[in-house]
Design a protein around this ligand. Structure first.
Ligand code: SF4
Length: 222
């Protein structure tokens, strides 16, 4: 059977976040998510009636090769819940692309860590203000490697306190990169910076969602 994958968007842009921030990447946004974060800016992609293209791995790889990019970012929604997604990751990796997965922290990474083309994970940790913290899969922390990252999306000082507590408790900075990212419009990056300075917090990085500064913050497909 030739699996097809539900894409609500595919586009070439620069990576706005993570270790490859500022580098060109092809974004494949998969339909659907198991969470419902209070600040979700892609909730339109998570509804059952959201229109999508159903594309095979072969068709996607053809499009990726034509795009001229070396990097591919699988995002959503929650891409790891898409049936047979491991096969797509393997095939894109085997075609020579560097694959990064943006995942929401609630899905086990274990089935994907043994792939012959193991992707780099950018895993969210949903802080209290998201309303989704109870769904975080804490076993994932033990699976993270140097090329991976954990991103705390923060809305408030309470979220920053939790990010600091989790980073310490699981020694995250010794495993991978750790980022603090502001919920756009809810907390100023300056407040995060001041928190880092006042708490002498050296082993995390503030991250700005670059694409929201280049294009209008609500613009899709960038
Ligand atoms: S995990 Fe991401 S896509 Fe899903 S509801 Fe939260 S912010 Fe939206």
């Amino acid at each position: 059977m030739n699996t097809v994958y539900p894409l609500v968007e595919k586009f070439i842009s620069i990576n706005g976040e993570g270790p490859k921030a500022g580098m060109m990447s092809a974004f494949l946004r998969m339909k659907g998510c198991n969470l419902s974060c209070s600040y979700c800016d892609t909730s339109w992609a998570n509804t059952p009636d959201c229109p999508c293209e159903m594309l095979s791995a072969d068709a996607l790889i053809r499009w990726l090769k034509e795009s001229g990019t070396a990097n591919v970012t699988l995002t959503g929604g929650e891409p790891l819940l898409i049936p047979d997604i491991a096969s797509l990751i393997e095939q894109i990796g085997a075609a020579g692309f560097a694959v990064e997965i943006e995942t929401n922290g609630s899905v086990s990474l274990a089935p994907f860590c043994g792939l012959s083309h193991r992707p780099a994970f950018t895993m969210d940790y949903k802080c209290p203000d998201s309303g989704m913290e109870e769904f975080m899969d804490l076993d994932n922390f033990a699976l993270l490697e140097e090329q991976d990252s954990v991103k705390f999306v923060v809305s408030s000082e309470k979220d920053l306190d939790r990010a600091a507590e989790i980073t310490r408790k699981y020694s995250l900075s010794q495993r991978c990169r750790v980022y603090l990212s502001a919920v756009f419009g809810r907390i100023e990056p300056r407040s995060i910076t001041e928190y880092m300075i006042s708490h002498q917090w050296n082993d995390v990085r503030l991250q700005l969602q670059m694409h929201k500064f280049i294009w209008p913050p609500q613009q899709r497909g960038v």
